[in-house]
Each structure stands twice: as structure tokens, then as C-alpha cells.
Ligand binder design. Structure first.
Ligand code: HDE
Length: 718
């Protein structure tokens, strides 16, 4: 094929690398066509490779440098493009233009991440999730770099490297990967009681989201909104998912890590690819300047939250993610978030954790991308015009034409460039600062336990059980006994029952609150505030935060030859109409033959998937089918495991035999013909399926997503 003809002007094009269509020719990076991409240049077919093979050398050289250092934390992530729209003008509170016009769609790029694991680690580990949003506004980029938990481990940025060193794999053998269940982490946190609140969140189900699409996001720190008159108020940011808040079981999350380490990444990609665009509502908690002391907590302390029960969330807008990245490296890997990227109308607070972050993010990007020109990469540059005199630097991508790169000047555009001082541009919100320089912390940061207690009191029984189990799991992996003891001694200050239950399985003494209070780092200062009087905050529990939208959830239909197609077909159709995805799991790929002589296409086999990849299970009727499924250990295990993970299950007629070890049988329920014998289990005869009653009951049980109130799960053989 002859080389393409170039116009001289094409030389200026920023991207001359074209997609390869069938029949097009490979070139080197210099544009020279390559006749053979399979063989290096050798001195004879069996001779040594020649140094002059610039095609080989260039290819290997570029490949050798393909990786950049991963993020020092939050290395593992997935991202998507979308837009944000405000509901109504917020000029009373902020001058930010993207928060004024409900007709404007502000483009966003959102990256979700785990915090601890390295770039290739599994998605479903116990960890806090990053929730970082870049808004490409008309006034420049605004980054809201948050997490899926509203508080953080530490109060001061100077402790961050210690925290991360303790949490990451231990340096001598680099284990464990992406896990907090090891000695160095618990050693550190047990000596830093300020971590207690975050530990409660980390041991809760929030640390195991079912999907990025089903988790909340929080700005964590207190920020400020500044209105066009320069008046400011404090603000906390909240993202609420449209699909509700849902988690996995711990046992399930561990198994998913093996079955599909890309589980969350795939879930986000598939949902967007299939047109099921995830959505969140952005809300704010606003606190008037001067009124913050009434809350009884220090709002500059990132280990504290403001309960929604005290300051309600005002919904202000909606974010939709509707486009997958074109290239993971160019976008998801190279995107550079920075809490210091602000637009006019939003400002920092003096939270000492936030203040440290303002240094760290750009510094970290310099290490990863080796040049300040990372800001000019397509994913990082703003969508609005830029005018600055920053020049040159490693791999400067733009070819500037002007002679003048300074200001003021007379040789180019002239003198000082100033926007109208009072109304435009970014102005730091004025604040009087008169204080002695010191390495001190305010005594108002010393209350380390009242909010962990509030969190604990606000959980329902199942949530409490999960927290206890999580502490036991983590601490049972800690070899040093005194670390286990210190941790439960600290927990005694949250709740003695919690501490006692955790301690019971750890081979240690009963929790000792007095010993904890005598240790280094222990500080307790009760403010006796309004917040102190709040005993429970339902908003801190995940229970009951369901949304009627169950679309995109996955239902496994276990099948073999002889399945009763007539009843199942109706149920599958109604589930599909409700937005669910029904997938047939059988002993082999291809088709199975149904009892009525038809065939049904198979999606998965019992060996290439498992119950943990689904949200619910349908067990069809048909004598031959039930006989065969009950004979197959993998099928019985599938059903029992789904039960153990508290997933909705629907059994039609003989299908219930897969649950017989749990004591369920059709004869037991024959009088009712449609029954829910235990939370989230629907059993019915085929007639009820044909009448459409089963799917309704099954869908209702799916609204709750998981039935954590099932009892005696320990005895389930799965
Ligand atoms: Fe980060 N954090 N962080 N962090 N963080 C990074 O930035 C840091 C903190 C958060 O998807 C790094 O680009 C310090 C709180 C997210 O690319 C680094 C402190 C919160 C992401 C860094 C904190 C976060 C990061 C690593 C304490 C929730 C991923 C590479 C003072 C509000 C963003 C990088 C993405 C990433 C520093 C604490 C969230 C090293 C010093 C609190 C979501 O710069």
C-alpha cells in the first residue's frame, strides 16, 4: 500500500496516530512503513540479531517504558465520563457558575478506587472506596476528591505517611495485598484512638459495596461556599446513589475476589455499555458561620461527621455517568485529581487534614508523570480557555507561537491582566488569622469515642453482628496478642458489649477500658453538646436505604434437561421486564432440553461461574431437572451459598428440593401454594408462576437486596 499523502498543515495536527483499519500498514513512531512485524533483522535466518534493527529497538524501547508508577494510594480504580446538572440556582450560597443554571450540563470524569491495594489487586476487598469527581466547569476544573465513608482515620496530615505505611503490605515480605488484617495496621490504629470512628465504618458493610453504582460519596472535610457578596458558609458534600445503598457479605466478597478480581470495574463498564447509566444526587449540609460550635463537634476534625438528623442534606443536583473511557491509560490512569482544584465560589476550611492534601496531590502527580505538563493532558486540561505564561518543561505538548512569556509587557498584549477584582476570578474567602505558631491540636479534637458510639447505636442487629465478625476476623489475623488486647480495650470506650463480643474469640483478656484510658494517645474531652445528646442517627445505618429501582441486578436460573419451561418462562419474562438480567446456568454450554420438548440457551456453566456472581437465584420446577441438579454438588452448593449470602431465592415446585437440607419442602407449603417461609425465600407451585404471582413476590424480596435477618446461617453447609 502506498504511503498516505500528507498536506503540510497536517504536520501541526496534535494526533497523527490513526486507528489501524484492515489493510492499513504499520509504521514506526517516525512514520516509516514496516513490511514485517513478526521477524527481527538477523544475520541469516539462524544468526544473531543486528543492532541496526531500528524497528525492533524502537518497539522494545517504547514497550519498556509503558508503565508509570502507580498511585501511592488508591492505585486500583475504574472511571467514567458523564455530566452534572444543578436543580436550581444556588446564588444565595455560592458564586460558582456551574451551580447556577439548571440548563447547563457540566462534563465530569469520575474515578472510583480502593485505597490500599496495588493497581492489579482485587476490587472486592474490605477497604474504603475513593469517589473522585472532576467537574470541567466554565470557570475551570473543580475536583471533589472524596470517599464512600464520611470520616477519615486521622486528624492531621502529618500522620498520613504513618497510616499508609502501617496499612500497606508489610515491608519485609510485602504481604498481605489489599488487606488491613495484619499486625502493622492494627498496631498503629490501636495506638491512635482517633482512628476508632473510621474503624467502625471500615468494619461495617460500607467497606464491601455491591457496586460502585450503589455506594454513597462524601467530601469528608468541611469546605466553604462563598456567594457573590463574599459571604461564606460551611459545607459538607454528599453523593446519594439512585440505585440505593447495597453491600456484599464478607464471605461473598472474598470469593468474588478470586472469581472475578475486576468485579466492580466490570460492573460499572457493563452498566454504562448497556445504557444503564448510574446516577447520584449531590447534596449539601450547610452550616452558618459562627453557628458551628452549636453542633458540639469540631467541624474541622475529619474524624467527625455532622449527622443528617442535626443538619439535613439539601439536594442540589444530579450526576449521570453515561460514557466509558476510550482508553484506560490515557484517561483513568493519567487523570490527576487534586482537592486544591477549586473554582470561584468554593473555598477550603482550616481542616488540618485537608490542608496537607493541598500539597500532596500535585506533588504525587509529579512523581507519577515526571513533569508539570501532566496538567496539559487531554483528561486533565480544563474545558474553558486558559491563558498563562507557564512554558516548556518535560514533554511540553503545545507549540507556542508567541515571543512574550511574561507579564507585564509592552511587546505583546500589554500590561497587567486582572479580572474585575470584586466579581470575577478566584478570591480566597477573607478570614482573620491571629495566632501563635505552634505544633498543637485544639482540645476540641479530643473526643474520639462519642461518634463511634453513635455509629454503633445506630446499626441494626444484623449490622452489629457484621461489625463484630469483621473485628474478629481482622484481629484473629493479628499475631501479636497485645495489639489485639489494646484494640478491644479501646473498643470498650465505644460500647462494652461490642468490645466483649469481639474479645470473646481472640484468646485475650476481657476488654479493659481503664487500661486504654491510661495509654499514650488516649484523649477524651466531652463537649456535652447537642450532638452529644443524639443517641441514634438512622441515617448512619444502611438498612432501609433501599430504592425501588432493581434494574441491572443479575438472577441465576439453574437449569438442566427436563426443566419445566412453561412456568419459568413467565417468571423470566417478568423479571426481564422489571429490568433484571436472567442468566441460565447449566452443566454445559449450548442448549438444554425442556420438559415440553423445547430448548433453552445456556449462558454459564457451574464451572465457569458461581452464586457470588449473582444477586438472586431462581430454581425451576421439573422432576428430571430437580433430580439432576440435586445430584450435582455444584448446583446444590450454588443454591445454599446464595441462601447463606442472604440473597433472594425463588423455587418453583420440585426446584425447592435444592433447599431441602435447609428444611424447605413443597409439601410443607402445599396448602398455601405461594409462601415466603423465611426472609427473601419464595416458594410456589407452577400454577402461581403462570398466574404471575411468583415474580411479584420475588421482585418484592429483591427490593431489599439482601435479607441479613436470616437466622442460623452458620449451619448452612456452603
Ligand atoms: Fe488522598 N491521596 N490523601 N485522601 N485520595 C491520593 O493522590 C493524601 C485523603 C483520595 O482517583 C494521592 O493522585 C494525603 C482523604 C482519593 O486518582 C495522594 C492525605 C480522602 C484518591 C493522596 C489524604 C482522600 C486519593 C495518591 C491526608 C477522602 C484517589 C495519588 C492528608 C476525602 C484519586 C494521587 C484518584 C489519592 C494524598 C487523605 C481521597 C498521595 C496526604 C481524607 C479518592 O496524593
Amino acid at each position: 500500500m502506498s504511503p498516505p499523502r500528507l498536506k503540510v498543515s497536517d504536520k501541526k495536527s496534535p494526533d497523527l496516530i490513526v486507528n489501524l483499519d484492515k489493510g492499513s500498514t504499520l509504521t514506526t513512531a517516525q512514520g516509516v512503513q514496516i513490511p514485517d512485524n513478526h521477524h527481527s533483522l538477523k544475520a541469516g535466518p539462524r544468526g544473531p540479531t543486528l543492532m541496526e534493527d531500528f524497528v525492533l529497538r524502537e518497539k522494545l524501547m517504547h514497550f519498556d517504558h509503558e508503565r508509570i508508577p502507580e498511585r501511592v494510594v488508591h492505585a486500583r480504580g475504574a472511571a467514567a465520563h458523564g455530566y452534572f446538572k444543578v436543580y436550581k440556582p444556588l446564588s444565595l450560597y455560592t458564586s460558582a457558575i456551574f451551580l447556577q443554571d439548571p440548563a447547563v450540563e457540566t462534563p465530569v470524569f469520575v474515578r472510583f478506587s480502593t485505597a490500599v491495594g496495588s493497581r492489579g489487586s482485587a476490587d472486592t476487598v474490605r477497604d474504603v472506596r475513593g469517589f473522585a469527581v472532576k467537574f470541567y466547569t466554565q470557570q475551570g476544573n473543580y475536583d471533589l476528591v472524596g470517599n464512600n465513608m464520611p470520616v477519615y482515620f486521622i486528624q492531621d496530615a502529618i500522620k498520613f505517611p504513618d497510616l499508609v505505611h502501617a496499612l500497606k503490605p508489610e515491608p519485609h515480605h510485602e504481604m498481605p495485598q489489599a488487606a488491613s488484617a495484619h499486625d502493622t495496621f492494627w498496631d498503629f490504629v490501636s495506638l491512635m484512638p482517633e482512628t476508632t470512628h473510621m474503624l467502625m465504618w471500615l468494619m461495617s458493610d460500607r467497606a464491601m459495596p455491591r457496586s460502585y453504582r450503589m455506594m454513597e460519596g462524601f467530601g469528608v472535610h468541611t469546605f466553604r461556599l462563598v456567594n457573590p457578596h463574599g459571604q461564606s458558609c460551611y459545607v459538607k458534600f454528599h453523593w446519594k446513589p439512585k440505585l440505593g445503598l447495597h453491600s456484599m457479605a464478607w464471605d461473598e466478597a472474598q470469593k468474588v475476589s478470586g472469581q472475578d478480581p475486576d468485579f466492580h470495574r466490570r460492573d460499572l463498564w457493563d452498566a454504562i455499555d448497556n445504557g444503564h447509566f448510574p446516577e447520584w444526587e449531590l447534596g449539601v449540609q450547610l452550616v452558618e458561620m459562627g453557628k458551628e460550635a452549636d453542633l458540639g463537634i469540631d467541624i474541622l476534625d475529619a474524624t467527625k461527621l455532622i449527622p443528617e438528623e442535626l443538619v439535613p442534606i439539601l439536594p442540589i443536583g444530579r450526576m449521570v455517568l453515561n460514557r466509558n473511557p476510550d482508553n484506560f491509560f490515557a484517561e483513568t490512569e493519567q487523570v490527576a485529581f487534586n482537592p486544591g482544584h477549586l473554582v470561584p465560589g468554593i473555598d477550603f476550611s482550616n481542616d488540618p487534614l485537608l490542608q496537607g492534601r493541598l500539597f500532596s496531590y500535585a506533588d504525587s502527580q509529579l512523581s507519577r508523570m515526571s513533569s508539570p505538563n501532566y496538567q496539559a493532558l487531554p483528561i486533565n486540561r480544563p474545558a474553558c480557555p486558559m491563558h498563562h505564561f507557564q512554558r516548556d518543561g518535560l514533554q511540553q505538548p503545545s507549540v507556542r507561537h508567541e515571543r512574550v512569556a511574561y507579564e507585564p509587557n509592552t511587546l505583546a498584549s500589554g500590561g497587567e491582566f486582572r479580572v474585575d477584582g470584586s466579581t470575577q476570578g478566584f478570591h480566597s474567602s477573607p478570614e482573620a488569622l491571629v495566632s501563635l505558631k505552634s505544633r498543637q491540636q485544639s482540645a476540641s479534637f479530643d473526643d474520639h469515642f462519642s461518634q463511634p458510639t453513635l455509629f454503633w447505636n445506630s446499626q441494626n442487629q444484623a449490622e452489629k453482628d457484621h461489625i463484630v465478625a469483621a473485628f474478629r476476623f481482622e484481629l484473629s489475623n493479628v499475631k501479636a496478642k497485645d495489639i489485639r488486647q489494646r484494640t478491644v480495650d479501646n473498643l470498650a470506650h465505644v460500647d462494652m458489649k461490642l468490645a466483649t463480643r469481639v474479645a470473646a474469640q481472640l484468646g485475650i483478656d476481657l476488654p479493659n477500658a481503664v487500661a486504654a484510658a491510661g495509654r499514650l494517645g488516649y484523649r477524651q474531652h466531652q463537649t456535652g453538646s447537642l450532638e452529644g445528646r443524639l443517641q441514634e442517627a438512622p441515617s448512619l445505618s444502611m438498612i432501609g436505604r433501599y430504592k425501588p429501582d432493581i434494574s441491572t441486578r443479575k438472577v441465576a436460573v439453574l437449569a438442566t434437561d427436563g426443566m419445566d419451561m412453561i412456568s419459568v418462562k413467565r417468571v423470566m419474562q417478568e423479571l426481564t421486564d422489571a429490568g433484571l438480567q436472567c442468566k441460565v446456568v447449566a452443566p454445559h454450554l449450548g442448549h438444554i432440553g425442556t420438559a415440553s420438548g423445547r430448548t433453552l440457551a445456556v449462558d454459564f456453566t457451574f464451572s465457569n461461574t458461581s452464586s457470588v456472581m449473582f444477586d438472586a437465584v431462581l430454581l425451576p420446577g421439573g422432576v428430571a431437572c430437580a433430580d439432576e441438579l440435586c445430584r450435582l454438588g455444584s448446583a446444590v452448593h450454588f443454591a445454599l451459598e446464595a441462601y447463606k449470602h442472604c440473597k433472594p431465592i425463588c423455587a418453583i415446585n420440585e426446584g425447592v428440593r435444592l433447599l431441602s437440607t435447609l428444611g424447605f419442602s413443597m409439601s410443607q407449603h402445599k396448602d398455601t401454594a405461594l409462601t415466603v417461609p423465611t426472609p427473601g425465600v419464595v416458594i410456589a407451585d407452577s400454577q402461581k408462576a403462570i398466574e404471575g404471582q411468583i415474580s411479584q413476590a420475588f421482585i418484592t424480596s429483591m427490593l431489599q437486596h439482601r435479607h441479613w435477618d436470616r437466622v442460623n446461617l452458620d449451619s448452612v453447609p456452603a
